[in-house]
Ligand binder design. Structure first.
Ligand code: IPM
Ligand code: MG
Length: 357
């Protein structure tokens, strides 16, 4: 098959981790007889520096024209003082919105080889962690109105968190369908004891639960979820939640996998176009030192093959190769353990690619 991939390396460690995922994709293409063509474009701080905006119209168009998008990371202290409208993160949110990427899947899986790398005790993570966070990605407070005004001699800021029933229903369906294909359990995370958006969320989820009787459904408050993820993470199969709760909970959950560097994500639309990126940020403090962990990005490429290209064998091949590299004792610094061999970002990419070839 021939597929067009738009590559947005972005800032900080973005370019180096994305290069490893492309290396691995090239290896998959060669082995399975596909042709992947890449169009590179700027996003985030590097785009602000070169073009004065965090994403140009042309770059956005290459995303829309592609079969899928691979993203590194955006942002960094250099652009922290930019006006809110041109901040690097603005571009990421714009791509999510313009491509209609409303469903963000964040699988949280602990590779057994890394159970020592998690800061949690063996008795908690030792039984194996395998949960999936389904985060709503184009609604809520991220996309509501943001204003700062002066009132009675002081500044006041307001961020509005809107949700419509149809926005909740479509993410709910993705979550129920996904739960059906996994462990058959879905927990819907909200703050229905305080927020109207959460009360609408819960009501809508309950309506869907009637339709998906084969899925074991429960409601859980977001603060309790934050606690339960640490106390008893194996109780969860699929968690579905709104945009900001999902952002926060997925960073928390990443530590169950040993390192945030291990976590991939897929942002899906109602069609096959998707964007794939690790959940971590641009980590400017370790950029350009060849020490970042590229596995979250490589595993995101596997999700691209699975969800956008319908290439499950190829996706399995990447995941199996990552497994083997870990079995063989290779680690980047963030997941380093006694008795293992520490390698850099590029070497880690080579090791995964070799095991596919
Ligand atoms: C993420 C990131 C983004 C988000 C930032 C960079 C805007 O934290 O993908 O989780 O908040 O969605
Ligand atoms: Mg985040």
């Amino acid at each position: 098959m021939e597929k067009k991939i738009t590559v947005l390396p972005g800032d900080g460690i973005g370019p180096e981790i994305v290069a490893q995922a492309v290396k691995v994709l090239d290896c998959v293409a060669e082995k399975f007889g596909h042709t992947f063509t890449y169009t590179y474009a700027d996003i985030g701080g590097c785009s602000i520096d070169r073009h004065g905006v965090p994403i140009t119209k042309e770059a956005m168009q290459t995303c829309k024209d592609a079969d899928s998008v691979l993203l590194g990371a955006v942002g960094g202290p250099k652009w922290d003082s930019c006006a809110p409208e041109i901040r690097p993160e603005k571009a990421l949110l714009a791509v999510r919105k313009e491509l209609g990427l409303f469903a963000n899947l964040r699988p949280t899986k602990l590779f057994p080889q890394l159970s020592d790398a998690s800061p949690l005790k063996q008795e908690i993570v030792g039984q194996g962690i395998d949960l999936l966070i389904v985060r709503e990605l184009t609604g809520g407070v991220y996309f509501g109105e943001h204003t700062t005004t002066e009132k009675n001699g002081e500044l006041c800021a307001v961020d509005i968190m809107p949700y419509s029933e149809s926005e909740i229903e479509r993410i709910g369906r993705v979550a129920f369908e996904t739960a059906r294909k996994r462990g058959g359990k879905l927990a819907s995370v909200d703050k229905a004891n305080v927020l109207d958006t959460s009360r609408l969320w819960r009501k809508t989820m309950h309506r869907l639960a009637e339709e998906y009787q084969d899925v074991t459904y429960s409601d859980i408050l977001v603060d309790n979820t934050a606690m339960q993820l640490i106390k008893n993470p194996t109780q969860f199969d699929v968690l579905v939640t709104e945009n900001m709760f999902g952002d926060i909970l997925s960073d928390e959950a990443s530590m169950l996998t040993g390192s945030i560097g291990m976590m991939p994500s897929a942002s899906l639309s109602s069609g096959t176009l998707g964007m794939y990126e690790p959940i971590h940020g641009s980590a400017p403090d370790i950029a350009e030192q060849d020490i970042a962990n590229p596995l979250g990005t490589i595993l995101s490429a596997a999700m691209m093959l699975r969800y956008s290209f319908d290439m499950p064998k190829e996706a399995d091949a990447i995941e199996a190769a990552v497994n083997r590299v870990l079995d063989d004792g290779y680690r980047t610094g963030d997941i380093m353990q006694d008795g293992c061999q520490q390698v850099g970002c590029s070497k880690m990419g080579d090791l995964v690619a070799q095991r596919i070839a």
